[in-house]
Ligand binder design. Structure first.
Ligand SMILES: [Ca+2]
Length: 155
């Protein structure tokens, strides 16, 4: 009995930090990487809401680093992941779900090596933010209705 209590005391502090289905991705960050889900940006946002979160607000480079590392270290590649940025309300003005501005440029947004064009570059055709495998999981603007996986955040 004492043995079990000792194990619980040692394990629980790490488990309690992240609300399921989110997991500890390192760096004291929690996220739910929904690699098995496929849906529009809105569908994935609703899925995240059902899980008590939102599409992730990836507004600091440390969080982005641990997200990409977790995806690569856990075989979660092969998907593109919706995150919580959008410029649907006003073209060119990217905001998170809570209305705060999305940081533009490097190191958050991906770019095409040929031509060096940095995302976002799709205008009205791309109003939802996605971490694209083609850009090593840096961000791109993408057609919101396209079916993709998503990442829920709990901040
Ligand atoms: Ca746009």
């Amino acid at each position: 009995m004492l043995y079990l209590l000792t194990i619980a005391a040692a394990v629980l502090p790490f488990g309690l930090g992240c609300q399921p289905p989110s997991v500890d991705i390192g760096g004291d960050y929690c996220a739910a990487i929904l690699h098995m889900s496929t849906g529009s940006w809105e569908v994935l946002e609703n899925t995240c809401k059902a899980f008590g979160g939102h599409l992730a607000k990836v507004d600091n480079t440390d969080f982005l680093y641990y997200l990409i590392k977790h995806i690569n270290d856990n075989g979660l590649t092969g998907h593109n992941y919706w995150v919580g940025g959008s410029d649907a309300a006003e073209e060119g003005t990217w905001v998170w779900m809570d209305g705060t501005p999305v940081k533009m440029g490097s190191p958050f947004w991906g770019y095409e090596t040929a031509g060096g064009i940095q995302k976002p570059d799709q205008g009205d055709q791309g109003n939802c933010m996605i971490l694209m495998e083609d850009y090593h999981f840096l961000a791109a603007d993408h057609m919101c209705e396209d079916g993709n996986a998503g990442i829920c955040g709990y901040d």
